[in-house]
Design a protein around this ligand. Structure first.
Ligand code: GCW
Length: 647
């Protein structure tokens, strides 16, 4: 059944409480002031256990203690349980965490936890357009907008706010970073009043809204003739307009800005720096405690493919590193996890280790733009764990920067108006995992996947183990049949799904693999384009030398001959053939595994995931054959194992 055909209320009726958990009788005690949290707690328990019964014998105590603002503690007592938070927000997180742990099947007396988030801002970015279409959206249309206006079901928004708060999200940017003339108006009437109404739905859940603003808003919204950030009129526009915004929404979190990027205007168009641009806007929101998330996805998207000197991954560092320390305190530079663009595998962006005097946000993409589009299975928790545990400086892992240089964690979301939120039921795991690692980056993919399976499915041991194995392997499988060893971008241009080895090879986007008859890849070492010099010395040395470069990133950093010997003795070419044959086989095995789950997971989820796994298999075979044929034709060298390659 098409998820979008149902009304949300009908869909909700289909969601069953977790019947296998024993119903409890208890009394919830809380100050009158904590009414909302009390209700949330009761609602959650009712969902888990059916209607809960009143009993004075067992007391669930909700209280505010002197812990940190967002911290909570969960403590079993002799004849009851205590949930405490350093503030109402902390207490709310405590309540959700308590419910979450109950939903995994734990008994109350085992639940003992103290926790505080490692970063202050845990943010979801929607790429929703106001016409309802979601850029890189794979779960239907926007649940905020349609027909260039706000158009939402308040009940659904409330559930969404609860969902996000329950995983620790405290800020949401509701519109696409590619702002157009309509969405530029979100900071002015008449849209601003609607924005304020929406903000009110999120407020009780501790979630502050943001919008993406147009760098040229002074012209589009303010009617000025320039957007030059150093122009007095432009500064006044941002100041006055922001005052209007904060008058309507006092707890507004701030703006996200994509400037000088992919045909968007920006400070450089006026001969100004990124810091000039960011600081002008930041100064306007500073009096209200607002923030500016300034994106670092700045590169030349009009490159001539003949130009081998320009190397796209180097761009962000070149634009921003020299400005370290020049940004105002309420500017947060929002940096994609890798230096290129949310590919299956990339090294960590060198900006993280090189900005030491600037607030940074890491930006992940939960929407699977390049990672299977919520058709192919791809557990991002696995990728994120690798990214977070990557060394960025002298034994320091990326996650070690959380709470210090990295003050915010953001991600492009994978939600839409499909009834199950994410299109593919299994893609919910990515959304869940994001919130949890933004709170605690030390959590492993395995832990996150397990938690999610337990709270989502009431299934048997075979069911949970099968889903866990599928999710844990999914990233390697996808990587096997798509672009090899960090080379990236062998996708169909524009929609970014399915193989097209040379699709970007002669384009202006700056993403070239430069394969010829004997070698593939771009030499990004200090002797090549020099990209590796953007890293601290120890990392530069590691990436520079082919022997010490992590093999899975071989083709990101090096130009390599097809007869190059990999660590296990195979040639590079044979590695490519093998991984592609294997990947397609593994995709088939995923489908077979899932087929064993009929009647073990809800029917609707079973059929919709199955249908996607079938599409994944077709996709994997197409990738296998196109990539293998491509390299055979380039090299003229056969597969050692004599498998079918189309000539
Ligand atoms: O990867 C690219 C996407 C664009 C996106 C851009 C960005 C919102 O293909 O759709 O634009 O990244 O991150 O700004």
């Amino acid at each position: 059944m098409d998820h979008t055909q149902r009304k949300y209320s009908e869909y909700k009726a289909w969601l069953q409480p977790k019947s296998s958990l024993t119903p409890k009788a208890l009394r919830i005690r809380a100050d009158f002031d904590l009414d909302f949290i009390h209700q949330e707690c009761r609602l959650g328990l009712n969902r888990l256990w059916g209607e809960i019964k009143e009993s004075a014998a067992y007391t669930l105590q909700l209280k505010i203690d002197d812990g940190a603002h967002e911290a909570y503690s969960l403590t079993p007592l002799a004849s009851g349980f205590e949930i405490a938070g350093g503030s109402k927000r902390g207490l709310l997180y405590g309540v959700y965490r308590f419910l979450n742990r109950l939903a995994t099947g734990e008994s109350i007396d085992q639940i003992h936890e103290r926790s505080a988030p490692q970063v202050d801002y845990r943010i979801i970015n929607h790429w929703d357009n106001m016409d309802g279409h979601i850029e890189r959206g794979y779960a239907g249309q926007s649940f905020f907008f349609a027909h260039n206006q706000f158009d939402y079901d308040a009940e659904r928004i409330t559930d969404y706010a609860r969902l996000m708060a329950s995983i620790g999200i405290n800020g949401i940017c509701i519109n696409n970073v590619n702002v157009n003339k309509v969405s530029a108006g979100l900071i002015a009437e008449p849209l601003l009043s609607d924005l304020a109404d929406l903000a009110a739905l999120f407020r009780p859940f501790g979630i502050r809204l943001m919008v993406s603003v147009h760098f040229d808003a002074p012209m589009i919204v303010g009617g000025l003739t320039t957007s030059d950030p150093l122009d007095a009129g432009v500064k006044e526009f941002w100041r006055a307009q922001s005052a209007v915004v904060y008058d309507k929404i006092p707890d507004f979190l701030g703006y996200v800005v994509k400037a000088d990027s992919e045909f968007r205007g920006g400070p450089e168009a006026f001969g100004r720096t990124q810091a000039d641009g960011a600081n002008t806007i930041a100064a306007a929101v500073a009096p209200f405690g607002g923030l500016v998330f300034w994106r670092c996805f700045v590169y030349n998207c009009q490159q001539d493919w003949r130009d081998a000197q320009t190397d796209r991954p180097m761009a962000a560092y070149k634009h921003f590193q020299p400005l370290d320390g020049a940004f105002d305190q309420n500017v947060i530079l929002q940096i994609k996890n890798g230096p290129v663009d949310f590919q299956t595998r990339e090294p960590v962006s060198p900006l993280f280790s090189s900005l030491t005097n600037t607030h940074e946000a890491i930006e992940f993409q939960i929407a699977q733009e390049y990672t299977g589009q919520q058709i192919d299975l791809f557990s991002l928790a696995v990728q994120w764990e690798e990214i977070l545990t990557t060394e960025v400086n002298k034994g320091k892992q990326l996650r070690g920067l959380f709470g210090h240089e990295i003050t915010a964690v953001t991600a492009v979301t994978n939600t839409g108006n499909n009834m199950n939120w994410t299109g593919n039921t299994l893609a919910q795991c990515n959304l869940y995992a994001f919130g949890r690692i933004a709170w605690n980056p030390d959590l492993t993919a395995k832990e996150l996947i397990r938690e999610w399976i337990r709270i989502t499915f009431e299934t048997d041991e075979h069911g949970s183990q099968t889903i866990e194995a599928m999710l844990l392997q999914s990233r390697d499988i996808y990587e096997n049949y798509t672009a090899p060893l960090g080379i990236g971008f062998m996708v169909n241009p524009s929609n970014h799904y399915g193989p097209n080895v040379d699709g970007y090879e002669f384009s202006h986007w700056g993403t070239y693999h430069r394969a010829d008859f004997e070698a593939i890849g771009v030499d990004r070492t200090s002797k090549g384009t020099g990209f590796t010099t953007q890293y601290p010395e120890s990392l530069q040395n590691m990436y520079d030398h082919i022997a010490t470069c992590p093999e899975e990133l071989l083709l990101f950093f090096h130009r390599v001959r097809y007869d190059y010997q990999m660590k296990d003795g195979r040639t590079l070419l044979q590695y490519i053939y093998d991984s592609h044959f294997e990947g397609a086989q593994q995709a088939e095995a995923l489908l077979q595994s899932w087929e064993t789950l009929e009647n073990r997971v809800p029917q609707e989820a079973f059929y919709s995931v199955k249908e996607r796994l079938k599409r994944q298999l077709r996709n994997a075979r197409e990738w296998r054959d196109q990539v293998n044929t491509y390299f055979y034709r380039k090299s003229g060298i056969d597969d050692e194992k004599g498998r079918q390659i189309y000539r």
